[in-house]
Design a protein around this ligand. Structure first.
Ligand SMILES: Nc1nc2c(ncn2[C@@H]2O[C@H](COP(=O)(O)OP(=O)(O)OP(=O)(O)O)[C@@H](O)[C@H]2O)c(=O)[nH]1
Ligand SMILES: [Mg+2]
Length: 346
């Protein structure tokens, strides 16, 4: 998953990037930077203890810092990189004074950014509608959905608030509706504000547009991130000393994971313990394809256990003996945390 940092010049994107990736490169870099953050997962830790694998592969998020303002100026389009984003992270600079005094500016930036995405999507919808008319498909189901989407966008509401099912979106799989991309606003506040509550006006504006919000002081977080080598306990105490209960990286990851509504299944053995991200509702056959197309093609069955059962019975053989190893077919809907061994033949 790629999280793209967006926002005006000098709002703290690179500072936040350093905090999230625990990178010590100073600001003022030129060009885009890409960093990775590993998603902590207790289940992975437990499997690693059990199997002592040669390789450990947790879920990884890529963080992209564009290295400059991404806010559209008049006439220029939106940056191409937005199209690749699984999560758009709008950074809003509010560290010049108390957040309470800057509420209007924050709301205005939040809405202005989202409105640009809405306009982009509206243009796409209109082009597609014209095309359908030309093709004589103005009365199709696709046209009907586009009509609903257009009404929503024209009302100033982003596509992420649309009351459409996964199935409704299917005909548009090749489109990128930017206002449908999950969006997280990070309000970069002053150090003196870290304990302040989020003003209601910001909460309401974001809630209305289904934008998640977190407030943090990027500069302080970047300084704490530089101490990544310190024992976790010591670092937590230092953070607490400046009023930070949970570090930005952890809050960011928790929020992003919840927003994206993804789940993961696990594979475990002496070679590798690995988490595989997958959409909620995916079948065993789809999960097999994540690993390799051969495994999907030659799918025989999925042998499914859980981390708890593996811990209780020692290993897969123990689970089989205890009768808790389940044999599932292609249509089985994978659950978060399933440990799967695929049987296949090619
Ligand atoms: N006081 C304070 N200053 C900050 C904070 N975050 C960033 N800054 C300062 O704001 C300036 C710009 O920060 P950057 O992280 O470089 O901002 P940016 O969004 O990457 O800027 P561009 O890449 O030029 O668009 C730097 O001088 C930072 O030290 C903060 O939380 N508090
Ligand atoms: Mg920068």
């Amino acid at each position: 998953m790629k999280a793209v940092l967006a926002g005006a010049a000098g709002v703290g994107k690179s500072t936040l990037f350093n905090a999230l990736t625990e990178s010590t490169a100073k600001g003022g870099r030129t060009g885009a930077s890409v960093g990775t953050v590993l998603l902590p997962d207790r289940r992975i830790d437990q499997l690693v203890e059990l199997y002592e694998p040669r390789k450990i592969t947790p879920i990884e998020y890529q963080i992209v810092d564009p290295g400059m303002s991404t806010r559209a100026s008049k006439g220029s389009g939106l940056p191409e990189i937005y199209r690749e984003a699984g999560l758009l992270v709008l950074v809003i600079g509010a560290f010049a004074g108390p957040l309470a005094d800057g509420t209007d500016e924050v709301v205005s930036e939040l809405c202005g950014f989202d409105d640009d995405l809405i306009l982009h999507d509206l243009a796409q919808v209109e082009r597609r509608q014209e095309r359908l008319v030309k093709e004589g498909k103005a009365k199709s189901r696709e046209a009907d959905i586009l009509g609903r989407l257009r009404a929503l966008l024209e009302d100033g509401r982003p596509a992420r608030t649309a009351d459409l099912s996964e199935e409704d979106w299917l005909p548009f799989a090749s489109f990128v509706f930017l206002s449908r991309t999950p969006m997280l606003a990070v309000i970069n506040i002053a150090e003196s504000d870290v304990a302040a509550a989020l003003p209601n006006a910001i909460r309401d504006a974001a809630g209305h547009r289904k934008i998640a919000v977190i407030c943090l002081c990027a500069e302080l977080e970047a300084e704490l991130a530089e101490l990544a080598e310190l024992p976790a306990q010591e670092r937590a105490e230092m953070a607490a000393g400046v009023g930070i209960e949970e570090l930005a990286k952890s809050r960011f990851l928790t929020t992003a994971y919840r927003m994206l509504d993804r789940i993961c299944f696990l594979t475990a053995g002496e070679d590798e313990v690995r988490a595989w991200p997958i959409r909620r509702g995916a079948t065993a056959l789809e999960a097999a394809g994540k690993i390799h197309s051969d495994i999907q093609r030659g799918f025989i069955r999925a042998e499914v256990t859980s981390v708890e059962d593996l811990l209780a019975h020692g290993d897969e053989a123990g689970c089989r003996k205890a009768g808790v190893l389940r044999l599932e077919g292609k249509e089985y809907v994978v659950k978060d945390g399933d440990v799967i061994n695929f049987r296949f033949a090619v």
